[in-house]
Design a protein around this ligand. Structure first.
Ligand SMILES: [Zn+2]
Length: 99
């Protein structure tokens, strides 16, 4: 890391490629990815949406789960704030990877 990034489309493609490489067979949370590619967490989610589309079936999500009651969230990208079953905010971070 530490190298300069270009603005514009080329830069975005590069970041996406970096994220794709990083999560290849390596489930990682948005926070892990954010550190690995020096992007803000909210931008990581944005890139993941696109990676999910372009990689189709090889893009996998380990869904977040309520640690209190075991409820599994169905939302694909993004971190839920609260369990709809028990209102707990003790929720695992979703992990993303490419198979
Ligand atoms: Zn719950």
């Amino acid at each position: 890391m530490g190298r300069m990034r270009e603005d514009g489309d080329t830069g975005i493609v590069t970041v996406r490629q970096e994220i794709a490489d990083y999560i290849k067979n390596n489930p990682a949370t948005a926070k892990d990815i954010s550190k690995a590619v020096s992007q803000q967490e909210k931008d990581v989610y944005f890139h993941l949406e696109h990676i999910a589309k372009s990689y189709g079936g090889t893009f996998r999500v380990i869904l977040p789960e309520c640690r209190k009651c075991g409820f599994v969230f169905s939302k694909k990208i993004g971190k839920p704030s609260k369990c709809p079953e028990c209102d707990s905010t003790w929720i695992t971070d979703p992990e993303y990877y490419l198979k």
